[in-house]
Design a protein around this ligand. Structure first.
Ligand code: PLP
Length: 408
């Protein structure tokens, strides 16, 4: 075990012996990149020419008026290429892979968003790319599989276990063990063994750095609160990172699913169903039963549907530096509908979790204060889920007609 990469009691790197040298190599490459100002400059240049950085900070005037309290700002990570903050992480790791001289990348993906982002990065840098995806997810996320393949990636359906995200992670590690010399594993969030949590949070910190400068310019003062949804924790760490040393409350919102008392949720930091454990190479809160078996998770937002959580967020929770709450599927759909109607913004279902809590808090805050919601991604990808949840009759007819076309 490697003693580096701890956040108090959380994190670490619990690795099979065979991967230790590869992680040492990655840690050294990351630390040298971090110490080199030219690397961050190259990263910012890439993100401004290939994605949409700096992303705007949008004042939601209609929502502010609707709730009658704090001024509500939205940080627009939805405007990144491929539609979410995931681009920040994969493009950063792409630059690092180039620096290490490797030619092949692999990744795990659940809903497929991280797979699409990684395949995009690989196409841009000319890397070979293999994406591991549980067979069940391959079946239910066909549009993302289609785009990954068009982008030149090989999508490997994983048939082991329950054939979902965690099985894809295991398979990706198995690949890495056999191909360490030329391959980098692009982990998708601020989880996993050191240096991934710290490194992914560093790339994502571009969100918070921009947001801090933007809000100071607009308001002449800091916001009272920052809201972000929490899946693995990378977009939350990204925006929190800009305000860590400021007197600003940091609020992380997890997937409350059908309710915290139903067992059908993915709340690790504010439910009684999680406990500290070691799995997938790191120590954090996991949703597990008394025997340490990982629980099934549920969320309307596929990107929040994960058993573990960033060790950095577990640490911020223990320290009391951040507050964690949960939003239910039902609350999320309502917040999304309101945001679409009032502002013409379409947050991803994941991001809508952060909106739920901000909407609960805003009316009790002073109009002199402002808050920022991180809109981690755009909701276009969620059309199948959202149109169902909104019970849209036109959409239903469209799907039935399409299905009939293929049957004849
Ligand atoms: C993947 C995803 C998330 C969850 O990941 P984090 O690592 O917790 O940020 C949140 N929002 C969107 C739009 C995503 O695609």
């Amino acid at each position: 075990m490697n003693k580096k990469g701890y956040f108090a009691d959380f994190g670490g790197a619990f690795l099979p012996e065979i991967l230790v040298a590869t992680f040492d190599e990655l840690t050294a490459a990351y630390e040298s990149a971090k110490a080199d100002p030219a690397f961050w400059q190259e990263y910012e240049n890439l993100m401004s020419s290939y994605s949409c950085r700096p992303t705007p900070l949008t004042l939601a005037e209609n929502l502010t008026r609707h709730f009658g309290g704090a001024r509500i700002y939205v940080k627009r990570e939805d405007l990144n290429h491929t539609g979410a903050h995931k681009a920040n992480n994969v493009m950063g790791q792409g630059l690092l892979v180039k620096r290490m001289g490797k030619k092949r990348v692999i990744a795990e993906t659940g809903a497929g968003q991280h797979g699409v982002a990684t395949a995009t990065m690989a196409a841009r840098f000319g890397f070979d790319c293999t994406i591991y995806m549980g067979e069940v997810d391959v079946e239910r996320q066909r549009p993302n599989v289609f785009w990954m393949e068009q982008l030149g990636a090989e999508v490997v359906p994983v048939k082991d276990g329950t054939r979902i995200l965690k099985d894809a992670i295991n398979e990706a590690f198995r690949d890495w063990v056999s191909n360490m010399d030329n391959t980098h594993y692009v982990l998708g969030t601020a989880c996993g063994p050191h240096p991934f949590p710290e490194m992914v949070a560093w790339f994502q910190s571009i969100i918070g750095r921009e947001a801090r400068a933007q809000v100071l310019e607009r308001e002449g003062k800091l916001p009272r609160r920052i809201y972000a949804c929490v899946g693995g924790g990378s977009n939350a760490m990204g925006i929190f990172g800009g305000f860590m040393d400021d007197p600003v409350e940091l609020v992380g919102v997890e997937a409350g699913g059908r309710g915290l008392d139903t067992g059908a949720h993915a709340s690790r930091l504010c439910s009684d169903d999680a406990a500290i454990g070691v799995a997938q190479g790191y120590k954090t809160y996991f949703l597990q039963n008394a025997e340490g078996q990982m629980q099934e998770t549920h969320s309307i937002a596929a990107g929040l549907d994960y058993v573990g959580v960033s060790p950095i967020l577990s640490h911020l929770r223990e320290e009391g530096r951040a507050r964690f709450t949960a939003a239910t599927d039902r609350e999320v759909v309502a917040a999304m509908r309101l945001t679409i109607r009032k502002e013409g913004l379409i947050p991803a279902l994941e991001s809508a979790h952060a909106f739920v809590q901000a909407f609960k808090d805003a009316p009790d805050m002073s109009p002199e204060d402002c808050l920022i919601i991180n809109q981690s991604g755009r909701g276009d990808k969620d059309i199948f889920t959202v149109a169902d949840a909104f019970e849209d009759p036109g959409w239903r007819e469209f799907i039935i007609r399409k299905a009939e076309q293929y049957q004849t």
